[in-house]
Design a protein around this ligand. Sequence first.
Ligand code: UTP
Length: 291
Amino acid sequence: MSKLVKKAVIPAAGLGTRVLPASKVMPKEMLPIVDKPAIQYIVEEAVASDITDILIITNRGKGIIEDHFDHNIELEQHLEAGGRLETLEELRRINEMANITFIRQKEIKGLGHAVSCARSFVGNEPFAVLYGDDVIIGKDPACAQLCRAYEEFGKGVVGIKEVTPEQIVKYSSVAISRLYDNFYAVFDMVEKPKPNEFLSLFSILGRCVLPPEIFDILENTPASAGGEIQLTDAMKTLSRTVGMTGVDFTGIRYDMGDKLGILQATCEVALQHPEVGADFAAYLKKLVNTL
Ligand code: UTP
C-alpha cells in the first residue's frame, strides 16, 4: 500500500447533463448501484487504497452528498430501538470510513477548475483524483494500483484503458510506449480527439495521481472552446515536460454519467450481491428468454 499518497480529491460538482432529468435534483454521483450511491463505492475504493483524507468537490445543488457521509441521529436511534443493529453498523461505518471534507466549486468551469479548488487541501503532497461519476470495481483497488505506480516511477500517473474509436472521441487519447506489464510511459495526450488526432486507442478513465506542481500548471491552462478548464490540458503539459506513467488498471469501470453505464453497473453489481444476486440471476435468465 502507498505511503506517499494519503490524500484524495473526488470532483462531484458537474452538471450531469447526459443523465437528465434523473440528475436534475439528484446528483449523478448519488445514483444508486443496488443499495449504495455511486460515490460511496468511490470513497470505499479510496479507503481501501490507504487514503486517509478525502476532499469531495460539490456545488450548490449537491448538499445531499454531504448528508450521506454525515450522521443521521434520528435514523440511527430508530434502528437501534428496533434492534436492526446490522443496518445501524453499516450506516455508522459510512461516517467513519475516512476524514471526509467538502468544498464547493462556485462556478462549474470544468474538471481542471474543480481540481484547482483542492489546492489548499492538498498542500505540497501528491494526491489521487477519483472522478465522482466513475465507479471501478475490482479485487485490487484501481486507486491503489496508481498510487503504487507513483511510488515506483516518481511521476504523475493516469489510469488508462483501451477503448473503441467511437468511444475515444468522447474521452481522451494518450501517446504511450509500453514499459512492462500494464505500465506505460505517457508523453502526450489530447482531450476529445477528432479521428485524425488519435495518439492511440488508450484513454484516461476515471483515476489519476498528480504531483502538487499540477496546481501552477492549472493556473496557466486556458479554458477550452467550451469555456471549461480541462484537466487533460494541464496533464498534457505535465506529460510533455516531465512525463507521466499510464497504468492499464485491472477492474471494470462503470460510467455513472451515462445511461448505459448506470444499467451495466446495476446489473453486474446486483448479480454479485449476497442478498439479491441469486434471485436477480434467475430473473435475468427468464427475461433473456423473452428477448
Ligand atoms: P464529467 O465531464 O463526466 O461531468 O466530469 P459533467 O460535466 O457533469 O458531464 P455531462 O454534463 O454529463 O457531460 C467528470 C467528473 O468531474 C466532475 C463531475 O461531477 C464528474 O464527477 N466535475 C466536472 C466537476 O466537479 N466540476 C466540473 O466543473 C466538471
